[in-house]
Design a protein around this ligand. Structure first.
Ligand SMILES: Cc1cc2nc3c(=O)[nH]c(=O)nc-3n(C[C@H](O)[C@H](O)[C@H](O)COP(=O)(O)OP(=O)(O)OC[C@H]3O[C@@H](n4cnc5c(N)ncnc54)[C@H](O)[C@@H]3O)c2cc1C
Ligand SMILES: *[C@@H]1O[C@H](CO)[C@@H](O)[C@H](O)[C@H]1NC(C)=O
Ligand SMILES: *[C@@H]1O[C@H](CO)[C@@H](O)[C@H](O)[C@H]1NC(C)=O
Ligand SMILES: *[C@@H]1O[C@H](CO)[C@@H](O)[C@H](O)[C@H]1NC(C)=O
Length: 609
């Protein structure tokens, strides 16, 4: 068996080398576009020219090649890559601003990000950096954050325990070992797993690109498992893996990253390993806020002949013949406008795409049912945005994120919480994530002098909000306001235990949960975002959740393709563009990375003399 594998590996390397010699040097995708960042644009009006270009029938380019539904990082990545490869691309966004979860908004004079805390793995010539530079032409200014990434607090009252996570190639592991002196072996094993998962993740991506029968065969025959243990870590729960190494519940709590909505017994160990690994080489925040990322991707799309239009809700995907997508209908000013293109890409999430945008006959189709069954709708997020009239020094806050848990048994704690009655739930929130975006952005004190901002993130059961189904956040009435503020105040009081100065300087406390809201679900990560559960990461399900859908010429991009997170959504976009073009763009990117690494080596060598 092994020799077949070696042969295959050789074949791939050979093909790569040949490809490079024949086409690589001329690869249009990566050519000459990565320039040093230009001056930072702080004028919002200038940015809005790109982020808020209104839909109008006359703005739609002629002879479109591709329509992309949704302008989150997943939609924009696919759009930018395809536009760079000379496809005529149109992105349609339902909201009044492009960016999806990468958007920023202003509440009472305070600027907040919808769904962004930090990005990792942006060290020079890391794969993610190369990919992000490709779609932004390297124009986003990232501020590297301090090495103290996270503080994990377990327990409440005087009894709480505190662990800290520092980044660093070796420091991260060493620092955790110091805090878990009885479990140094377990920590070592976990770091080995992190390394395996980060180095072999492409094997799982490849499952989505191989023909399905071939993917099935290598999984069924055990060939996959003999190539790498990543397949095992992908299908095993975090609780099972950590429990096989130690009985220390605190270590399990520190290792798992439950803020995507599932307890460790229901999450894939690979995902938790990748999340922790993500911050190992440092974490970054875009100067100017999260919307800097979509701003620069939109610029790249437009520079390459594409368009990104907002206020353009797609109400259906046009299907002709048996199952052939041929464009979309946009609802504008009470009218429906048809726009046609040979390829349609959706970043609206699998559920919105299949349950709302496609005709019911297609949903009922067994093939479509199988496809949809690979994912399950997720829990709802609850967010609190707080603004303060004080500087970070006055408040005693920093760029470090904080995770707070009422106990170290998250498996029990989360099950109990989600089972609670609606009435008592707000008083028993067992966990939250806290971050201070103003402390991460060095332009914050210039743009908003004397202000600070905090974001709290937790999960809720959409059932608690059932009575407000299909009603807008702003139109849900007084009962809703009162109910949601019970969650918000509870969370705020809990934070104040650790940052007592926050209370007296509070100027704005704004809470949002967009669960059960029509149209906005995909934007705000509520129900229709797929759950990050263990079933989803069974290798066969990974292979089946691919960019090509059962509908011909309709492709899926974004976080539902591989995983949530900017990096996950961006990979969704790369996989999607590769599928559309039937060409593995990862090869171009890996070659580009190799080339850039070579340049660094040359620079180092020449500075030696
Ligand atoms: C609170 C929170 C915090 C997060 N923090 C981080 C973090 O710190 N780091 C990190 O890496 N990741 C983080 N994430 C995850 C990350 O933000 C997302 O996984 C990623 O941005 C998803 O991108 P996407 O393109 O797949 O989807 P989205 O950004 O949701 O984009 C989908 C877009 O499609 C549009 N759309 C939907 N339906 C239609 C329609 N019918 N017509 C037109 N447009 C439509 C939506 O309006 C939206 O703009 C966080 C998420 C949340 C919720
Ligand atoms: C390590 O184990 C010893 C003996 O069981 C115990 O007394 C000590 O508290 C443990 N240390 C930590 C940090 O858990
Ligand atoms: C939500 O509010 C917007 C603007 O106020 C309105 O156009 C839209 O129809 C509302 N949707 C629902 C479901 O009430
Ligand atoms: C915070 O500052 C703003 C602007 O200076 C002011 O309007 C507001 O009243 C202040 N709020 C508090 C609680 O001090």
């Amino acid at each position: 068996m092994q020799w077949i594998l070696l042969f295959l590996e050789w074949l791939v390397d050979w093909a790569r080398g040949t490809y490079w010699n024949l086409f690589g040097r001329r690869s249009r995708l990566c050519r000459g576009t990565i320039s040093p960042p230009g001056p930072l644009v702080l004028d919002q009006n200038k940015k809005n020219r790109y982020l808020r270009k209104e839909f109008d029938q006359f703005e739609v380019p002629k002879n479109l090649d591709v329509i992309v539904i949704g302008s989150g990082i997943g939609g924009l990545t696919a759009a930018a890559v395809l536009a760079k490869l000379r496809k005529k691309v149109l992105v349609l966004e339902q909201d009044k601003q492009a960016g999806g979860l990468c958007k920023t908004f202003t509440e009472n004079g305070f600027e907040f990000d919808y769904g962004f805390h930090y990005l990792g793995q942006l060290h020079e010539n890391g794969f993610l950096k190369v990919a992000l530079d490709l779609i932004t032409d390297g124009q986003v200014h990232f501020a590297e954050q301090g090495s103290h990434v996270d503080t994990v607090v377990i327990g409440t009252g005087a009894q709480y325990k505190k662990y800290t996570i520092y980044n660093g190639k070796t420091q991260m592991e060493a620092h955790l070992k110091k805090q878990f002196p009885n479990d140094t072996k377990a920590v070592e094993e976990l770091f080995k797993i992190m390394k395996i998962c980060s180095e072999k993740i492409h094997l799982l991506c490849m499952l989505k690109m191989f023909p399905l029968w071939f993917a099935r065969f290598i999984l069924w025959s055990g060939i996959a498992d003999s190539i790498s243990p990543i397949f095992k870590y992908s299908r095993t729960s975090t609780t099972d893996v950590v429990k096989s190494l130690t009985s220390n519940q605190d270590l399990l709590t520190v290792f798992s990253q439950i803020f995507y909505g599932v307890p460790p017994k229901k999450s894939s160990c690979m995902i938790d390993a990748l999340f922790l690994h993500h911050s190992k080489r440092g974490v970054y925040y875009p100067k100017g806020g999260a919307s800097e990322i979509p701003y620069h991707i939109v610029k790249v799309v437009e520079k390459n002949g594409g368009k990104v239009l907002v206020n353009a809700p797609v109400s259906s995907i046009l299907v002709e013949g048996k199952q052939n997508a041929c464009g979309v209908t946009v609802k504008t000013g009470g009218k429906y406008v048809e726009i046609r293109a040979p390829v349609t890409i959706s970043s609206a999430g699998m559920f919105t795409t299949f349950k709302k945008l496609l005709p019911p006959e297609i949903q009922a189709n067994p093939e479509a049912q199988n496809y949809m069954n690979t994912l399950k709708p997720g829990k709802g997020f609850f967010q609190v945005f707080a603004g303060f009239n004080a500087t970070m020094e006055e408040l005693g806050i920093s760029s470090t994120n904080m995770r707070l848990y009422k106990s170290n048994n998250m498996d029990e704690m989360m099950d109990e919480y989600f089972d609670l009655d609606k009435d008592v739930a707000p008083d028993h929130i067992p966990m939250m994530y806290v971050s201070f975006p103003s402390a991460k952005d060095p332009t914050s004190c210039i743009r908003f002098p004397g202000q600070s901002r905090m974001v709290i993130h937790t999960m809720v059961n959409p059932k608690w909000f059932e009575q407000w189904n299909n009603i807008n956040e702003t139109e849900r009435g007084e009962d809703y306001e009162k109910y949601k503020m019970r969650f918000a105040n509870h969370l705020f009081d809990w934070v104040c235990v650790h940052f007592p100065k926050l209370k007296e300087k509070l100027a704005v406390l704004h809470a949002v949960t967009r669960v059960n809201m029509p149209g906005l679900e995909a934007t705000c990560g509520s129900m229709p975002m797929a759950e990050h559960n263990l079933e989803r990461y069974q290798p066969l399900n990974i292979a089946m959740t691919r960019c090509n859908t059962p509908v011909k010429n309709l492709y899926l991009t974004g976080q539902d393709v591989f995983s949530a997170g900017y990096s996950g959504a961006l990979h969704g976009g790369l996989l999607c563009a590769s599928t559309v073009l039937d060409r593995c763009l990862y090869v171009d990117l890996l070659l580009q990375q190799k080339k850039l690494k070579g340049k660094v080596v040359k620079k180092l060598e020449s500075s030696d003399y």
